[in-house]
Design a protein around this ligand. Structure first.
Ligand SMILES: Cc1cc2nc3c(=O)[nH]c(=O)nc-3n(C[C@H](O)[C@H](O)[C@H](O)COP(=O)(O)OP(=O)(O)OC[C@H]3O[C@@H](n4cnc5c(N)ncnc54)[C@H](O)[C@@H]3O)c2cc1C
Length: 437
């Protein structure tokens, strides 16, 4: 969905870059939805194949504890099978929470439904101000839909609030409307359909004011509860927090019951992120099967801007190597990139601008150079802005990146042939269109 939005934005921008087309360009939700489902299907298939290759039995059933060291697995046809084991890992994740008001379960959808929704949702009210709420609002608006976000108190609770407000302003620029300090009290269906027509009655979170609005779809993103309620944890005495039902674990992911471990979203006070769940699972497997225990160092990092994931990925590697402000200051910038030009990096109260410079080594790789080292063999090729203070004979790559060449071209970051100097060219062009400085 993000990609669909980005492509739409690129289409809009493309005219400014000289692209001329006269056909009306419109988005087809059904095509996108099918593509998403196909992609998920292919991921599932490859995971299952990987499990088979490792001789791991995959059982597609609902699991629940019936006693210590024993679970019941019920498949889609209602067939029950019992399994026993010495140790258990709970990774049941979370499911979206409902409001508990009239009409919510009948007429509202959640982010879990959105990715497989067979029809375009139309004018959408997103209820909530979490990352899930703003993410969904963002890509729906990016597809050209009318989007309103109803916020009870603050945006992105628990996030750095200065950054949260910046995110709010940036999504408003997509045309998203905010209804601040309101909570829905009733959802009525006015018309059936795909989508139908819904009336939402909301009341002020601070006073007595009531408002009403008409929407095609109402998407609830008010939080997620851990899937720990109906899996028999009470039968074996696993401690579960009342709300949101997550499991407290030790620093080796062990619950209060020694044979039961938990990883992922279901765990208390852990970041709800896929890589966190994956890494915790890997480390737990290593520990349970006698592998070594890694100790990760983590430093806070915020990025607001396009390609934030790409930028963060690079910084994540540096942070794992003990990245400091001094190191950032000492690093030459890659240009033109979002990381250098537009990304504001905030560490506590420090405002940093990441500077990285690179050289393409082959069609598929480039290296990042530290500030203070100079460009060696390629310095003879002069570029505006590639200042002499950076030219010495002993440059060593800090880091080599291997990325598809097409990615560089697509981003307008770099192109050229193996051995070329630093510079940016359009695909197929021999002329440097951006000097690196
Ligand atoms: C809209 C949205 C966007 C997100 N975007 C990002 C993002 O951009 N980046 C990111 O890192 N994270 C993102 N996340 C968070 C990420 O999806 C979760 O952190 C991650 O999926 C947690 O993994 P998990 O294995 O703990 O749980 P899940 O991925 O939820 O997996 C739990 C699995 O357990 C199954 N299950 C539940 N109960 C049982 C049972 N009793 N028996 C058998 N199976 C059961 C479920 O069906 C499910 O397959 C997003 C989440 C949402 C909702």
């Amino acid at each position: 969905m993000h990609q669909a939005t980005l492509l739409g934005q690129a289409l809009t921008d493309s005219r400014k870059f000289g692209w001329e087309y006269h056909q009306q360009v419109k988005h087809n939700w059904e095509t996108m939805s099918k593509a998403i489902q196909n992609h998920i299907g292919s991921l599932n298939w490859s995971y299952q194949r990987a499990l088979r290759e490792k001789a791991v039995a995959y059982v597609n059933s609902y699991g629940e504890f019936v006693e210590h060291h024993k679970i019941k697995a019920t498949n889609g046809k209602g067939q029950e099978t019992y399994y026993t084991a010495a140790k258990f890992v709970i990774a049941t994740g979370e499911r979206p929470r409902y409001l508990g008001i009239q009409g919510d379960k009948e007429y509202c959808i959640t982010s879990d439904d959105l990715f497989s929704l067979p029809y375009c949702p139309g004018a959408t009210l997103v209820v909530g101000a979490s990352s899930v709420a703003l993410e969904c609002a963002g890509f729906l608006a990016g597809l050209g839909l009318e989007v309103t976000v109803m916020v009870r108190s603050q945006l992105l609770r628990g996030f750095d609030q200065e950054m949260a407000e910046k995110v709010g302003s940036s999504v408003q620029q997509l045309g998203i409307r905010f209804l601040r300090k309101f909570v829905p009290v009733e959802v009525q269906q006015l018309e059936k359909g795909s989508p139908g027509k819904l009336k939402v009655v909301a009341k002020s979170a601070e006073g007595t004011e009531m408002i009403e609005g008409l929407y095609d779809t109402v998407l609830l993103a008010i939080g997620r509860d851990s899937c720990t309620k109906k899996i028999g944890l009470e039968k074996i005495g696993v401690k579960v927090n009342e709300k949101p039902g997550n499991i407290p674990v030790s620093d080796v992911e062990q619950s209060n019951v020694p044979c039961v471990y938990a990883v992922g979203d279901v765990v208390e006070a852990k970041p709800e992120l896929t890589p966190v769940a994956v890494q915790a699972g890997k480390l737990l497997a290593q520990r349970l099967l006698g592998g070594c225990l890694e100790k990760d160092r983590v430093i806070g990092f915020h990025v607001l801007g396009p390609k934030a994931g790409e930028v963060t990925q690079g910084f994540a590697a540096s942070m794992k190597r003990g990245l400091t402000k001094q190191l950032l200051d000492d690093t030459i910038g890659i240009r033109p990139t979002r990381a250098q030009d537009e990304v504001d990096v905030t560490f506590g109260t420090c405002f940093l601008r990441a500077e990285l410079r690179y050289r393409q080594l082959s069609a598929n790789s480039c290296c990042l150079l530290p500030v203070g080292r100079r460009s060696p063999p390629w310095r003879s090729r002069s570029h505006r802005g590639w200042t002499s203070r950076r030219r010495t004979a002993e440059a060593k790559p800090l880091l080599s990146l291997s990325l598809p060449r097409s990615r560089f071209c697509e981003d307008g970051v770099l192109s050229g042939k193996p051995g070329d100097s630093v510079g940016t060219r359009r695909r197929g062009s021999r002329r440097a269109v951006h000097p690196p400085g």
